[in-house]
Design a protein around this ligand. Structure first.
Ligand SMILES: [Zn+2]
Length: 284
């Protein structure tokens, strides 16, 4: 089994030669399909997108939008929440430290979060760019990110520029509240509905499995108000940091998800063009 093939599962040892062969053929087919897909999108693949920072309150559709960006440009999404969980799960040296902090009931300190983000951004799949979700959360982290990008991507000659494009998805507070409190989740399959914008066929019942829909604890009115206030309080300094540097772009999040997505891609595209012109001006 070569390194380029997917890791064999636990059944491999017991598998007959024929099913192993079938599995290898399937892997090769997948690889070829991947390559073909990549070459038809060669332009996207070759382009350096750079760092994309998404800011937006809970419920503004940040998750959907960052998924859209990663699929469009083929760059990874870097979510600090996922990273922290993954490191703890894998019990990496960083994860062990994080776990100890959480066990003491403390917030994960900036330096630890930054170390974990640095580790992630050094992975080869982040070479052309990445979407940061949940980071930077403080001005200190934003400043750290700037110096990290400068040293690791710009000074090392990897990128012609290191300035992140910072996109804030702005939504009307009351509309957002309505949107979030209207959310219903299926406890069986995890499908998400919204009584205002995406109701199930039968009130409060999952279309797929007939389960009674529930309101997630996080989506309750009083919980969400508190989360929105916390967000406002936390993110304001980060937004101000980027605004002062003239790097904050605001997108109207009250439009349809498709329209929000189109606005975001447009901003990223024009940012990438800006980068090219700057390169030419520098003669590189
Ligand atoms: Zn369901």
């Amino acid at each position: 089994m070569t390194g380029s093939l997917p890791r064999a599962d636990g059944f491999a040892a017991a598998a007959t030669g024929r099913s192993t062969r079938r599995r290898i053929v399937r892997s090769v087919v997948n690889l070829v399909q991947e390559r073909l897909g990549a070459s038809s999108m060669a332009e996207q693949v070759l382009r350096t997108i750079g760092p994309v920072v998404l800011l937006g309150p809970p419920g503004a559709g940040k998750g959907t939008q960052s998924k859209g960006i990663t699929e469009h440009y083929h760059i990874p999404q870097v979510s600090t929440g996922d990273l922290l969980r993954e490191h703890v799960k894998q019990q990496t040296p960083l994860g062990v430290q994080v776990q100890a902090v959480i066990a003491r009931g403390e917030l994960v300190p900036d330096n630890l979060v930054c170390d974990i983000v640095a580790w992630r951004l050094r992975q080869p799949d982040a070479d052309r760019g990445f979407v940061l979700d949940g980071f930077p959360r403080t001005q200190k982290q934003a400043a750290w990110l700037d110096s990290f990008l400068k040293f690791e991507f710009f000074d090392s000659g990897k990128w012609a520029s290191w300035l992140p494009i910072v996109i804030r998805i702005e939504v009307d507070y009351n509309k957002l509240l309505l949107r979030i409190t209207g959310r219903r989740t299926c406890p069986i399959c995890g499908s998400i509905y919204n009584v205002h914008s995406k109701p199930p066929l039968v009130d409060e019942i999952c279309d797929k499995d007939g389960a009674k829909l529930v309101i997630r604890e996080d989506d309750r009115d009083e919980v969400i108000r508190e989360r929105l206030d916390t967000y406002e309080h936390q993110t304001k300094p980060v937004a101000e940091y980027y605004m002062a540097l003239g790097r904050l772009v605001t997108v109207d999040g009250d439009q349809s998800p498709e329209a929000v997505s189109a606005s975001i891609l447009k901003e990223i595209d024009s940012h990438a063009c800006d980068r090219v012109q700057r390169n030419q001006a520098k003669g590189t």
